[in-house]
Design a protein around this ligand. Structure first.
Ligand code: BGC
Length: 764
């Protein structure tokens, strides 16, 4: 069932439902297992160490497989072979069946195979790739999150894989971070709702019976991963205890309530302690406080990193001791079997208890039973006739259309008239790689133009829509295909300027090339100089410029923004992004997405919309006129439409409330323009006075509605009064007596809380 944006977080009760029959099977299996078998289940290896390549094809090596599974009893394998590179469903069927056969024969326990099917079938050739999660956030439509996950689950199972390392609900709190685009944006509620909808889409609504069309999820990267102080991936974050609980933890809590079966851990540290070594965050917050019986897996080599990078352990053995005792259940090693030997020594030396080993093994077995792998270790491509169907592809197209943001439309330059002559230019104009970003056919997304050639780049889609005869392609700036993501060829700006001569309008497609994780680190957030020079030179021709921004994170463009009449941010819209953009340019689709993050204007002014109010202050009177003003290019929640909306009649079910009340806000929204359109109605709150400096604004609910010209709808936005609470410095959820200013669209009202209330538990 579709989980609505406004009501999801009101679900209460956190434990995954217990199934007595399933638990009995887990216990019976556990009681038969040796210590070696238990430790083997806790080990995850990369496929690369189990095979080799012949004539460009990967094959498992029977000896290596025997050593890993028959000797060391390894219970999980991950990743695509070759760098990694996507494989056909038939190849996956072959690889995973071979692994399952030996697992069932040698240990009687199925292996669990995991893949990063992160925006569709990343690692399955021919499957559907959807817009990246940052687009899903921008759509503000939870149904898009759920549908994409549903289809991805089906197509992943069609390739015999039962587990995906998704969804990613790290808050995007720093625009410099190379993984901004893997998340749903900067807001905790948007991440919580989209993440929870993906969980249900991937797993279905009964986590004890994840059927053969569904996959287990691994919500990641728990937690605080999106706020590294340096902006560089996998580096330390410093997060206040109340922000950690109130903002960073909430999306994970929502995903666990939605049934998430596994969690993957943040590779970095928070306030000095690596999360893989943090018993409070792993065992207390997740397993005990949420009464969650799912399984915790490390990220890539992160037990090793405790001694090789974080220096909190002297050697690997000590690192294993720390991590397993902190609550890690499975180690994504991913290359080395000495994890098994060292953990066994730790048990015999009493440094890791048998109870901890049994607890971890039980969680892993429970996952495998929940997935039905004991009875059905394999699924077969032939049983999935809808794999990459036209229906699935059409949903990817619609998702892309709903996730593209119109940011500027001076003098209604858009939509463009049919027959208009367009110069298509810029490095992102003719690239499937740029439209998809990382986690597309390969980790870095660098093979996409080879594997996705049947889909349309922006240039191809614009030709299809406006007629080849009206379109000229002259890119002016291009990326170096084999280089780092930021490397560009020597620019040919003069050629682009010359080509503008015959054009009525210039479509400048700028942004970033694909990247993923640490290779995507940057040292300058400003858009490349070549690209800005290209736009400046083209604007100097006097022809109107429409900028298409295409990239994983916001790159600063304050010097070229004023030169453009139209600006569209496509983010990373996937394989149908070119077509979706062309539909919007032609006016066949009315844009309806909103900014999922704050787009910065200046390098030294990086902020989020929910900053504490005192971060921005007016001039103070007196001798020292302190001030702090932060400019942003486009705020969170901003986005235009080809029609206009009017808000009115804003009401709340009660003007005074107590902590246990349910509040229902209603507002009338009218389409006052001439085109049908969708509007995201957002409810924001501001605690006027609080004992911790309050946040400027907080999104409390949202709903996307479609309105015909002239139509009015009354939109209802229910919340719990408890949703207005913050986490105080005592670690407790706190709702304080006093005024709250509520806002929806242009409308504002004040409501009052009658008495202060505190809750100990995260689920209030
Ligand atoms: C990434 C994870 C991913 C894992 C397995 C790591 O490098 O941080 O997001 O799930 O690899 O591929």
């Amino acid at each position: 069932m579709f989980v609505s944006a406004v009501c999801f977080l009101q679900a209460s009760g956190t434990a995954l439902p217990k199934d007595a029959g399933l638990e009995a099977k887990v216990d019976a299996t556990l009681s038969r297992m040796t210590l070696d078998e238990k430790i083997g289940q806790m080990t995850e290896l990369s496929i690369d160490v189990l095979g080799s390549w012949k004539d460009n094809e990967f094959f498992l090596d029977p000896e290596k497989l025997h050593e890993a599974i028959a000797v060391y009893k390894v219970g999980s394998i991950l990743n695509a072979p070759g760098g990694p590179t996507a494989q056909t469903p038939e190849k996956w069927e072959q690889i995973i069946s071979q692994i399952q056969d030996i697992s069932m024969k040698e240990i009687g326990i199925p292996c669990i195979y995991g893949l990063d099917q992160n925006h569709g079938t990343t690692y399955t050739l021919g499957g559907v790739l959807f817009p990246q999660n940052i687009n899903v956030g921008a759509s503000f439509n939870p149904e898009i999150a759920r549908q994409a996950a549903e289809i991805t689950a089906y197509e992943t199972r069609a390739a015999n894989c039962p587990w995906t390392y998704s969804p990613t609900v790290d808050l995007t709190r720093d625009p410099r971070w190379s993984r901004v685009w893997e998340n749903f944006g900067e807001d905790p509620l948007v991440n919580a709702i989209m993440g929870a909808n993906q969980i249900i889409g991937f797993q279905g609504d009964n986590p004890n019976q994840v059927g053969p069309h569904k996959v287990a999820t691994s919500v990641k990267h728990y937690l605080g991963y999106g706020a590294p102080r340096t902006g560089k991936d996998r580096t330390p974050a410093y997060i206040s205890p109340s922000d950690l609980r109130e903002k960073f933890f909430e999306p994970y809590r929502a995903c666990i309530e939605a049934g998430a079966l596994t969690v993957m851990v943040n590779s970095g540290s928070i306030n000095g302690r690596p999360v893989h070594a943090n018993n409070e965050l792993l065992t207390k917050w997740l397993k005990e406080d949420l009464n969650w019986d799912g399984m915790i897996v490390t990220d890539w080599a992160d037990i090793n990193n405790l001694y090789t990078r974080e220096y909190i352990a002297a050697d690997k053995k000590e690192a294993i001791e720390i991590a397993i005792n902190a609550g890690i259940d499975m180690s994504m090693e991913p290359y080395d079997l000495n994890f098994c030997t060292l953990l066994k020594e730790l048990v015999s030396e009493g440094r890791v208890s048998m109870e901890r080993i049994d607890d971890a093994t039980r969680r892993i077995l429970r996952l495998k039973y929940r997935l039905g792998l004991f009875e059905t270790p394999n699924t077969f491509h032939k049983d999935y006739p809808e794999f990459a169907s036209a229906k699935h592809e059409n949903i990817a197209l619609k998702s892309a259309e709903e996730s593209i943001i119109l940011l500027k439309n001076h003098n209604d330059i858009l939509p463009l008239e049919k027959g208009v002559k367009i110069l298509v230019t810029g490095p992102n104009a003719n690239s499937m790689r740029c439209l998809n970003g990382g986690w597309s056919y390969s980790w870095q997304g660098h093979l996409t133009d080879r594997f996705a050639s049947k889909y349309n780049t922006i240039y191809e889609a614009v030709c299809n829509k406006f007629g080849n005869e009206n379109i000229v392609l002259e890119q002016g700036v291009t990326y170096l295909p084999e280089g780092a993501y930021y490397e560009e060829n020597v620019p040919e700006i003069d050629k682009a300027v010359a080509a503008a001569g015959d054009a009525d309008v210039i479509l400048a497609c700028i942004g970033e090339n694909s990247y993923c994780e640490t290779p995507g680190n940057l040292s300058d957030l400003v858009l490349s100089e070549n690209q800005r020079n290209l736009v400046k030179a083209l604007a100097a021709t006097g022809k109107p410029v429409v900028l298409v921004i295409n990239g994983g994170r916001p790159r600063i463009i304050n010097d070229i923004e004023p030169l453009a009449d139209g600006i569209i941010n496509v983010l990373l819209p996937g394989n149908f992004g070119g077509d979706a953009l062309a539909n919007i340019l032609a006016g066949d689709t009315n844009p309806s997405a909103k900014m999922p993050y704050t787009y910065p204007k200046n390098q030294a002014e990086l902020t989020t919309y929910d900053y504490r109010v005192s971060e921005e202050m007016d001039k103070m009177e007196g001798a020292y006129d302190y001030d702090a003003v932060v400019s942003v290019q486009w705020p969170f929640g901003y986005g235009l439409s080809y029609t206009t909306f009017k808000y009115g009649n804003f009401k709340c079910s009660q003007n005074e409330f107590d902590a246990d009340n349910d509040l229902v806000f209603t507002i009338d929204v009218t389409n006052t323009g001439a085109k049908a359109g969708k509007e995201v109605v957002m409810l924001f709150s501001r605690d006027m006075v609080a004992s911790l400096t309050p946040d400027n604004r907080r999104l409390r609910a949202f709903k996307k509605v479609e309105l015909q010209p002239g139509e009015t709808k009354s939109v209802s936005l229910p919340i719990k009064a408890a949703d207005l609470a913050f986490v105080d410095s005592d670690g407790k959820w706190t709702l304080e007596k006093g005024d709250f200013r509520m806002q929806a669209g242009t409308e504002v009202m004040t409501i009052q809380c009658n008495e202060t209330h505190k809750w100990d538990t995260p689920n209030k």
